[in-house]
Design a protein around this ligand. Structure first.
Ligand code: 26Q
Length: 816
C-alpha cells in the first residue's frame, strides 16, 4: 500500500496506547521483555478491536435492512497472513507504522512472524479467500463456512531434491484473529439406523438414530472489506467429542472405548486433505464434508427461522454457494433438516432446496469428479442415502413422465453410478439440487456443457452459467506490490485504489511514455532484487536481477505441465552449452509448488526440477546465462514475494484441463507477460490484453480432444521428428541429471514417449518457438515494457469484485 500521507497524531497515539495495553494485559508482557512474537500478537489484537466496532455495526445493519444473506460453503479457505490485509483495508497501515516506529518496532519484520493460514490446497481455496474479501468490500452480507483445521496444508521440505511433508502448525502460538464461540454449537450424527414410524397425524416418517454424535464448535474470524466498508464473518467449525456421551461410557467403565471415541470425533477437524484432486474415497474425508455441512446448515436455518419465522421464504433471504462438490451432501442434508426435523412436505422442501443452493464446478478431470461408494454412504449416512435414492427416483419418474426413456440418458443423469461398484455421483447430486451451476471460465463452462454435464445440460439448459474467476487486487497488487501501486496511483490518481477496474485502463497511454516505462521497469527491478535476496538467504543461490525471471509457481500436476517447462530448461541448457559465446538472454527459471503426498509422478517431477537445478547451477559453462531455482514450501506469502518479481508467467496446461487458473491473473496484474496455452481464463485474458502482448502456443482444446478421441498418444514419431526434443529426452533418460541413480527417469521419459497423456511432446516444438519469441521481445525493451504496462492496464476485469458482482446479481440476487 502506498503511504497514506495524512494520519492524525491522535490516531497514532491511540493505536500506540492500545498496542501497549494489549501487550500488557492480553499478552502479559512488559515492553522491555517482549519478544517479536508478543508484539505481533499485541498489534493483531489492537487491529482486531477496530474490526470489531465495524463488525457489530455491520451486523446490526444487516438485521435492520433485512438483507439477504449469502453462505459460502467451502472445505478450503487459503487465506495466508491477515495483518497487512486488515490494517490496509481499515486504512490503518500508516497509523500502525508510525505508532510502532515510536515504540521502536519494525512492522515489516513483525508481519512476517504471522503464520500463513493455509486451510486450502491451491486455486479453489485461494478463490474462496479472495471472494470473502470482495464480498466484504461490496457489502454482500456473506458468511463463509468451513473447517478450522488444526493442521493446514503440510509444510514442504526439500531434502536431497525430494519433497517431504511436515506437519503444519499454524495454531501453535494461538490465533489472534478468531473468536471462539463455545455457545454456537451443534450435534452432527453419524452411522446408526433409520426407523420408520407413523406420527400422531398418521404420516409415515423416517427417524434417524445416529450411532455417534460429534459436537461442532464455531470459531469466528471477522473479514473486513476495503476502507472498512463492511465486516463479514468466516465461521470455521472444530469437532469435539460430545462430552455427555463420552462421560456415559466413561462412567460405565469403558475408559479406553471412551478415549478412542473422543479421538475419532476430534480427528474430523484435525487436518486438511492435501490432495487437489479426489483420490480413493476415504471415510474421514466424507466425515469432514458432512460434519461442516450439517453444522453450517443447522446454524443458518436457526438464524433464518429466528429472523423470519418460517422456512417458506428461505430462497428469498438465503443463498448457499457450494464450492465444488465437497459440500454437495448439503442437498441431502437440507432436505433431511426440512423434511425430518422441520416436518415440511417433500415437494416443498425440494423447491426450497433447489431455490437456495447453487454449485460451482472447478474441474473436469475425470479422476477429480467426486463419487462415494454406496456402501460407505449407507453405513455413515443411512438417512442421506435414502434421501439420495428418493431424489433420484422422483427425478427419473419425472423424466419418464416427460416421455424420456432413453436408457443412456437416464444412466448418465442418475445419481448412482452402477459401472464401477455402485457409487454416488456428487456432481450430479449438486447439479440437481441447485438452481445454478457455474463454471469458472468461459472455456471451462462450454466444456461443462459439452462433456461431464452434457445430458443434464440438455434437460436443464438454463442451469449452467459462467462466472469467470477473479482475484482481489487489494492483496495481489496493493499489498504484494506497494511500489508499483504507488506508481500507478501517481499516474492515474488516488481513485485507482477504490475502482481499479475502471481506472486501470487509464494507464494505457502511459505504455507509450518512455519515462513511465522506465519507472515501471525500475519497480520490477527492485522486486527482483528483493526476491534474489530471498533466494540467496534460503537457497544460497545467487541470481542476477537483470536476468529474465521466468516463473512457474502452482500445485505440481501433470496437466499443469511443469515437465514441459523442465524440458525447455534442459533444451536451453544444451543449446547454451553447444554455443556458449552466443548472445543468450540471461534467464532464471523459478519453480515452486507442492505435490499431493500420494502423487508419485508429481513428486518425481519435483525431484527432476531439483536435479536439473543442481547440474545447471553447477556448470560454469552456462554461468551468467541460466539458473534454475526450486523454492520450497510455496504458499500465499511466498506467492506475494514471487509474483511481483516475475517477468514471464508460465500458464502452460494442456488445453482443456485447467478450469480457469488464477495465478495467471495475478502475474498479469503485476505486469508479467504470459507464455501460455489457450486454456482456462488465459483465453479471456488474451481477448482483453491482446494476443500480441502474450505468447500463446500449442494445441487448442478441440485439437487435444480430437487427438484423444483418435487415441493419438504415442509420441515416438513426434520425438523422431524433433532433434531437439530427442536430445533432451535422451539426456534425462540416460542419467545426465541423476548420475547417482541413472535409471531414475527412464520410466518418466518412456512414459512421455509412448503415452503422452498430457501432450507434452506434442506441444514441445511450439513451446520452444514461443520461448524464442519471448527472447526477441525481451531484447527489445521498448516493446517488452510497453506490453508489460498494457498487461497491467488491461486486466482490471479479472478483479474478484467483478466476479462477485456477477454472482450476487445473477445467482444470489443479493444486491441491494
Ligand atoms: C476432493 C476429495 C478428496 C480429497 C481432495 C479433494 C479435492 C481438494 C481440492 C479436490 C479438488 C481440490 C481443488 C481443486 C482446485 O483448486 N481447482 C482449481 O480451482 C481454481 C479456482 O476455480 C481454478 O482456477 C483452477 O483451474 C482449478 O484447478
Amino acid at each position: 500500500m502506498p503511504k497514506e500521507p495524512l494520519v492524525s497524531a491522535d490516531e497514532v497515539a491511540a493505536f500506540r496506547a492500545n498496542v501497549l495495553s494489549k501487550l500488557t494485559y492480553s499478552v502479559g508482557k512488559d515492553p522491555e521483555h517482549a519478544f517479536d512474537h508478543d508484539w505481533f500478537e499485541a498489534i493483531a489484537l489492537a487491529t482486531r478491536d477496530h474490526m470489531v466496532d465495524h463488525w457489530m455495526d455491520h451486523t446490526r445493519q444487516i438485521y435492520r435492512k433485512g438483507q439477504k444473506r449469502v453462505y459460502y460453503l467451502s472445505l478450503e479457505f487459503l487465506i495466508g497472513r491477515l495483518l497487512l490485509d486488515n490494517l490496509s483495508n481499515l486504512g490503518l497501515l500508516e497509523v500502525a507504522r508510525q505508532a510502532l516506529s515510536e515504540l521502536d518496532v519494525d512492522i515489516e519484520r513483525i508481519r512476517t512472524l504471522e503464520p500463513d493460514a493455509a486451510l486450502g490446497n491451491g486455486g479453489l481455496g485461494r478463490l474462496a479467500a479472495c471472494f470473502m474479501e470482495s464480498m466484504a468490500t461490496l457489502g454482500v452480507a456473506a458468511h463463509g463456512y468451513g473447517i478450522r483445521y488444526e493442521h493446514g496444508l503440510f509444510r514442504q521440505a526439500i531434502i536431497d531434491g525430494w519433497q517431504h511433508e511436515q506437519t503444519e502448525t499454524w495454531l501453535d502460538f494461538g490465533n489472534p484473529w478468531e473468536f471462539e464461540r463455545p455457545e454456537v454449537s451443534y450435534l452432527v450424527g453419524f452411522g446408526g439406523s433409520v426407523v420408520p414410524v407413523v406420527d400422531e397425524n398418521g404420516t409415515l416418517r423416517q427417524v434417524w438414530h445416529p450411532a455417534e454424535a460429534v459436537r461442532s464448535i464455531a470459531y469466528d474470524t471477522p473479514i473486513v472489506g476495503w476502507r472498512g466498508a463492511s465486516v463479514n464473518t468466516l465461521r470455521l467449525w472444530r469437532a469435539r467429542a460430545e462430552s455427555e456421551l463420552h462421560l456415559e461410557r466413561f462412567n460405565a467403565g469403558d475408559h479406553i472405548g471412551a478415549v478412542v471415541e473422543e479421538a475419532r470425533a476430534e480427528s474430523i477437524s484435525r487436518v486438511l486433505y492435501p490432495a487437489d484432486s479426489t483420490e480413493a474415497g476415504q471415510e474421514l474425508r466424507l466425515r469432514q464434508e458432512y460434519f461442516f455441512v450439517s453444522a453450517s446448515l443447522q446454524d443458518l436455518l436457526r438464524r433464518h427461522l429466528k429472523q423470519r419465522g418460517t422456512f417458506l421464504n428461505l430462497p428469498e433471504y438465503a443463498a448457499i454457494q457450494l464450492n465444488d462438490t465437497h459440500p454437495a451432501i448439503a442437498v441431502a442434508e437440507l432436505m433431511r433438516l426440512l423434511v425430518d426435523e422441520h416436518l415440511l412436505p417433500w415437494e416443498q422442501a425440494w423447491e426450497l432446496t433447489v431455490g437456495t443452493l447453487s454449485y460451482t464446478n472447478h474441474t473436469l478431470l475425470p479422476e477429480a469428479l467426486e463419487t462415494w461408494p454406496v456402501s460407505l454412504m449407507e453405513r455413515l449416512l443411512p438417512r442421506h442415502m435414502q434421501i439420495i435414492y428418493l431424489i433420484n427416483a422422483y427425478h427419473i419418474d419425472q423424466l419418464r413422465e416427460q416421455g424420456l426413456h432413453d436408457f443412456d440418458l437416464l444412466r448418465a443423469v442418475s445419481l448412482i453410478e452402477e459401472e464401477h461398484g455402485r457409487r454416488v455421483r456428487m456432481g450430479n447430486l449438486a447439479f440437481l439440487g441447485s438452481h445454478s451451476v457455474n463454471g469458472v471460465s468461459a472455456l471451462h463452462t462450454d466444456l461443462m456443457r459439452s462433456t461431464v454435464f452434457a445430458e443434464l445440460h440438455r434437460l436443464y439448459p438454463q442451469r449452467i452459467n459462467n462466472k469467470t474467476n477473479g482475484i482481489t487486487f487489494r492483496r495481489w497488487l496493493y499489498q504484494a506490490n506497494p511500489g508499483l501501486t504507488e506508481l500507478l496511483v501517481e499516474s492515474v490518481g488516488e481513485q485507482l485504489l477504490d475502482d481499479p477496474e475502471n481506472l486501470l485502463p487509464n494507464l494505457e497511454p502511459f505504455a507509450d511514455k518512455p519515462a513511465f516505462r522506465k519507472r515501471f521497469a525500475e519497480q520490477r527491478r527492485r522486486n527482483k532484487e528483493a526476491l534474489a535476496n530471498l533466494v540467496y538467504e534460503r537457497q544460497g543461490i545467487v541470481l542476477d536481477p537483470g536476468a529474465l525471471f521466468d516463473v512457474q509457481v502452482k500445485r505440481i500436476h501433470e496437466y499443469k505441465r511443469q515437465l514441459l517447462n523442465l524440458l525447455h530448461t534442459v533444451a536451453l541448457y544444451q543449446a547454451i552449452r553447444d554455443e556458449p559465446s552466443m548472445p543468450w538472454v540471461p534467464r532464471v527459471k523459478i519453480f515452486a509448488g507442492k505435490a499431493a503426498a500420494s502423487y508419485h509422478q508429481a513428486k518425481l517431477i519435483i525431484k527432476l526440477a531439483n536435479d536439473i537445478a543442481r547440474v545447471v547451477n553447477g556448470d560454469p559453462t552456462v554461468r551468467g546465462m541460466l539458473k534454475v531455482v526450486f523454492l520450497p514450501n510455496y504458499n500465499v506469502s511466498l506467492a506475494e514475494s514471487i509474483i511481483p518479481a516475475a517477468d514471464l508467467s508460465e500458464q502452460i496446461s494442456t488445453a482443456g484441463m485447467e478450469a480457469s487458473g488464477t495465478s495467471n491473473m495475478k502475474f498479469a496484474l503485476n505486469g508479467a507477460l504470459t507464455i501460455g496455452t489457450l486454456d482456462g481464463a488465459n483465453v479471456e485474458m488474451c481477448e482483453r490484453i491482446g494476443q500480441e502482448h502474450m505468447f500463446i502456443f500449442g494445441l487448442r482444446a478441440q485439437e487435444v480432444e480430437a487427438r484423444k478421441r483418435a487415441g493419438e498418444f504415442n509420441a515416438e514419431a513426434i520425438v523422431a521428428a524433433s532433434p531437439r526434443l530427442h536430445e533432451v529426452l535422451m539426456a534425462i533418460r540416460s542419467g545426465v541429471f541423476s548420475p547417482d541413480d541413472p535409471g531414475r527417469y527412464v520410466g518418466l521419459v518412456d512414459g512421455l514417449t509412448w503415452h503422452d497423456t498430457f501432450m507434452v511432446c506434442a506441444d514441445f516444438d511450439a513451446y520452444w518457438e514461443a520461448q524464442r519469441q519471448v527472447e526477441l521481445c525481451w531484447n527489445d525493451p521498448k516493446q517488452w515494457w510497453r506490453s508489460s504496462v498494457l498487461n497491467t492496464a488491461r486486466v482490471g476485469w479479472f478483479s474478484s469484485d467483478r466476479t462477485i458482482r456477477e454472482y450476487a446479481g445473477e445467482i444470489w440476487r443479493a444486491l441491494d
